[in-house]
Design a protein around this ligand. Structure first.
Ligand SMILES: Cc1cc2nc3c(=O)[nH]c(=O)nc-3n(C[C@H](O)[C@H](O)[C@H](O)COP(=O)(O)O)c2cc1C
Length: 367
């Protein structure tokens, strides 16, 4: 293989944090916390392997942000109080011990919450039946519940939940950066999506209105954690319950969304597609990562989607990506950066790792 991969192994500085290389573990929910949403010793060992294996950055699984409607799954970790925040400390120390950047992903499940020990009902932008069925590997069954449309007060509480959780993540748990989960069909993406959000107030209608909740969340998090902490947003077109959804306004939507995130001071933007290099909209058009770089040129661009192949990853760096995030490839190869630098063979991803339930397995930790 004759591909120049040196850019992937070059350090990058993000707001004063020197990150050793361009490989990051993508956020992956593994429902291995306690019933009370506290990170466990098994999770510490699970995350530490990626740091030992050479990943410059690790983004956690989606962590729920409040004790109202945000929890999505049984045994999902939260960061809604001191005890939950303290439970993340060993995970974070394990990452930092290897010089790996520790990023907390904050997530509100909204209308596609499958289980929430604080509340038996769900909310979303509008009372619209979510597409698809719950995920069985997260203990789901049948259709999603019909959500209630959020009130102004509930929207304000959700924003506050992100901001307070971000503060606990930085100040208590010791995380170094915050990723706001605006992708994959969860609450913030529900607001962004035209067919899910039918509101007629300032949170619905135009793309500018639909992106508002993401921007307000970003601003609230920023106000709480300060200018020095890297804060970014993850975005996608597809969803866990609707893989093929596209932004209805095409490239113009990309301009509004990425441009407004840049204006609001996002330090990084994490874009995910099934295959990151594919045209985002029209055939032969630019990929989402290229559009993100184009409309938010100062933000660090994280690109995700089937990029475990080193040639694909190297090509993504020429397409505007600054960091490559890897999901399934990292589960199969917790030491993927080391293997790539040694030109060693990669293990194929075996979906059995996630079956029948997606929790972290002891056998996996022996890899
Ligand atoms: C088991 C599993 C759990 C996931 N959980 C999350 C999550 O909590 N937050 C998130 O933003 N993406 C989540 N994702 C999506 C991944 O971050 C990533 O986008 C996806 O695996 C595609 O990247 P890949 O082709 O490198 O696997 C999850 C993916 C998997 C396989």
């Amino acid at each position: 293989m004759n591909v120049d991969t040196s850019a992937l192994f070059a350090p990058i500085v993000i707001k004063g944090h020197t990150v050793a290389n361009r490989f990051s573990v993508a956020p992956m929910t593994r429902i291995s916390a306690t019933e009370e949403g506290r990170a466990t010793e098994r999770m510490t060992r699970y995350y530490e392997r990626f740091a030992r294996g050479g990943f410059g950055t690790v983004i956690t699984e989606g962590i729920y942000t409040d004790q109202a409607f945000s929890q999505g799954y049984v045994n999902q970790p939260g960061i809604t109080n001191e005890a939950q925040a303290n439970a993340w400390k060993p995970v974070v120390s394990g990452l930092k011990a290897h010089g790996t950047l520790a990023v907390a992903q904050l997530m509100h499940a909204g209308a596609i919450s499958q289980s929430n020990r604080f509340c038996g009902s769900t909310v979303g932008p509008s009372s619209v039946q979510p597409k698809g069925e719950q995920m069985t590997f997260y203990h789901g069954k049948d259709r999603y519940s019909l959500p209630a449309a959020m009130t102004e007060a509930q929207i304000a509480d959700a924003i506050d939940g992100f901001a307070e959780s971000a503060a606990r993540a930085i100040e208590v748990a010791g995380f170094e950066a915050i990723e706001i989960h605006g992708a994959n069909g969860y609450l913030l993406d529900q607001f962004l999506t035209d067919y899910i959000n039918s509101r007629t107030d300032r949170w619905g209608g135009s793309t500018e209105n639909r992106v508002r909740l993401i921007l307000e969340t970003l601003k609230a998090v920023r106000a709480r954690v300060g200018a020095r902490v890297p804060v970014g947003v993850r975005l996608s077109q597809g969803k866990v319950n609707d893989y093929h959804q596209k932004w209805a306004g095409g490239e113009r939507d990309a301009e509004i969304i990425f441009g407004s995130l840049a204006d609001a001071g996002a330090d990084f933007i994490h874009v995910t597609e099934f295959e990151a290099w594919q045209p985002a909209f029209a055939e032969d058009g630019p990929s989402l990562m290229r559009l993100a770089k184009h409309y938010a040129p100062k933000a660090v661009i994280l690109a995700n989607g089937s990029l475990h192949d080193i040639a694909r990853a190297a090509a993504a760096m020429n397409e505007g990506a600054d960091i490559i995030t890897i999901g399934r490839g990292a589960l199969a190869n917790p030491d993927l950066p080391r293997r790539l630098s040694d030109r060693a063979v990669l293990n194929d991803f075996d979906p059995a790792i996630l079956g029948p339930i997606a929790d972290v397995k002891e056998t996996e930790l022996k890899m």
